[in-house]
Design a protein around this ligand. Structure first.
Ligand SMILES: C[S@@+](CC[C@H](N)C(=O)[O-])C[C@H]1O[C@@H](n2cnc3c(N)ncnc32)[C@H](O)[C@@H]1O
Length: 506
């Protein structure tokens, strides 16, 4: 926090009413927006794996990324980068004590877009809350990851970097990330950050599709993905209008490096992080075979994804910086119609549910799905997850769930308390922040409350009365919903975020 430079409350006050009524209708505490004055900014060092700087013994608190290799850049290199950024933007920058590769900028007004590190693709803006959502997937080297609402791509790039950090496919790391977004314009931003920022070994793993995430059903890349001739053939067939090729499967973007081994080798050679990338550049060969994934064969079962991220479209109310921009541009009408009106909440929650269902359908048994939003509204979060759990577990014996919500590994993990100074600042500024007093949207008095962990920072009360009312008869099936996590800007030192980690058991 930098008390000298708080963001001024915008002079136009009509937005306050809009926001206040949204908060009221959605059972969100009215003082959430005030914490915009306290929030730091975060950027991520591109090309770095992202993982918890967990200081607990691994046996007690396992690292969520069990195969995380040693960091490609040493802490001192991160420190130097942090110092460089500090000198560029003129306000305090410190490496996050929580997550490797994240830098915390104390000034909420800091502008990073003009600094060289940003322009040259060495850093990207990424809030701690977004990093936590992506890390909750616990990506491992051979994971095929699906990101159903991927643009502008902060989380997608992070996941690509994690996959890239495991080494080359020739070193038994075959993971890929498939990003989908309905907006071509937003997806081009995603493509630009991939092109500008990513290391070759991360870049080759990403493919992007313009499409509706609630219907998308393209399988993970075939094993031949790692064979450059596959890409050349597709490109040739596409250019020559060959009819025997299903064009709907062709990504809107995949890296050029995949089409030319020479290009790829050249690009690896010019890569400064030689300790990330092994010298073995035979990654793209004609004989690549993933040992654990069978070759594509029309007679075999449809391949599904190991991990699915549904970072759903939402009302963005937890993203205070986002709200602030709207408010400051006097786009109040748009704020209302695009984000906060009851009609919008209704439409968006229907979309969220469809996205979650489709994400679930694309997930393999044993896989993990993360459903997240940057909204603090229960309708878009717990309610969606509860409705989904009811659907997914409906036809099974109650002892044999198909879907359960697990607590993300970072909850209560030791490093979360390391940023304590800032938490104390928050506590001073927000009285009784342990408990959120929620006004229920439908004016029901809360019937029951459940204690719930609040990302290890504070214990808060989650009032589940609305959920209980709607799903009373399925109470036992939704009990794991208490494992959902929400990051409340008043105490979390982050933007607002809801994160749920859902396991597919059968
Ligand atoms: C919260 S943003 C996602 C942020 C992104 N995950 C990231 O880390 O940068 C939501 C995205 O969902 C996209 N979207 C909205 N409706 C969609 C749909 N039906 N299918 C796929 N994407 C959709 C929006 O265009 C927007 O880019």
């Amino acid at each position: 926090m930098n008390p000298q430079t708080p963001l001024p409350i915008p002079p136009n006050v009509s937005w306050i009413d809009k926001l206040a009524s949204f908060y009221k209708e959605n059972s969100i505490h009215h003082n959430v927006y005030d914490s915009i004055h306290l929030l730091p900014r975060y950027v991520r060092v591109v090309g770095q794996s992202c993982y918890f700087l967990n200081q607990d013994p691994p046996s007690k608190k396992p690292n969520p990324l069990p195969h995380t290799p040693s960091p490609p850049q040493s802490p001192s290199q991160i420190e130097s980068l942090s110092a460089l950024l500090e000198s560029e933007i003129g306000s305090t920058v410190t490496p996050s004590h929580l997550i490797h590769g994240l830098l915390r900028i104390s000034d909420p007004n800091a502008k990073i877009n003009n600094c060289n590190l940003y322009k040259t693709g060495k850093i990207v803006g990424l809030d701690l809350s977004s990093a936590l959502a992506a890390i909750t997937l616990e990506v491992t080297p051979n994971d095929h990851v699906l990101d159903l609402c991927c643009a502008p791509g902060g989380k997608l790039l992070l996941i690509a970097d994690i996959l890239g950090s495991f080494g080359l496919p020739s070193n038994n790391s075959y993971g890929t990330i498939t990003g989908v977004d309905i907006s071509e314009q937003r997806l081009s931003t995603c493509r630009s950050i991939l092109k500008k920022s990513s290391t070759p070994s991360a870049k080759i793993r990403a493919r992007l599709y313009v499409g509706d995430g609630s219907k998308f059903d393209i399988q993970p890349p075939p094993d031949s993905w790692w064979d450059y001739s596959y890409h050349k053939d597709i490109q040739f067939a596409y250019k020559n209008n060959k009819t025997n090729i299903d064009k709907s499967n062709i990504p809107w973007f995949s890296s050029k490096l995949l089409r030319s081994p020479a290009l790829y080798q050249e690009s690896i050679a010019s890569q400064s992080n030689t300790n990330v990338l092994s010298n073995n550049t035979k990654i793209i060969s004609n004989t690549t075979q993933h040992p654990e994934t069978p070759c594509d064969n029309i007679n075999q079962h449809r391949k599904l994804y190991d991990k699915v991220l549904v970072d759903a479209e939402c009302t963005h109310d937890g993203s205070l910086v986002h709200l602030y921009k709207y408010v400051n541009n006097s786009a109040i009408g748009k704020l209302d119609t695009d984000f906060l009106s009851p009609e919008r909440v209704e439409a968006v929650s229907n979309l969220q549910y469809s996205l979650l269902i489709n994400g679930w359908n694309q997930l393999k048994v044993g896989g993990t799905l993360v459903y997240s939003t940057c909204s603090l509204s229960y309708k878009q979060n717990e309610m969606i997850v509860a409705k989904f759990l009811q659907f997914a577990n409906n036809f099974t014996n109650s002892d044999h769930y198909t879907a359960i919500v697990e607590q993300p590994n970072f909850v209560n993990s030791q490093p979360l308390t390391i940023d304590k100074a800032s938490i104390d600042n928050h506590s001073q500024n927000s009285n009784n922040s342990e408990i959120i007093h929620i006004q229920n949207s439908s004016n029901h008095q809360p019937k029951e409350t459940k204690k719930r962990k609040h990302v290890g920072l504070k214990t808060q009360e989650l009032i589940l009365d609305q959920i209980y009312i709607d799903f009373k008869e399925h109470l036992n099936k939704i009990s794991s919903i208490v494992n959902c996590v929400r990051l409340d800007p008043r105490v979390s030192d982050t933007s607002g975020m809801f994160i749920s980690k859902i396991k597919k058991l059968r």
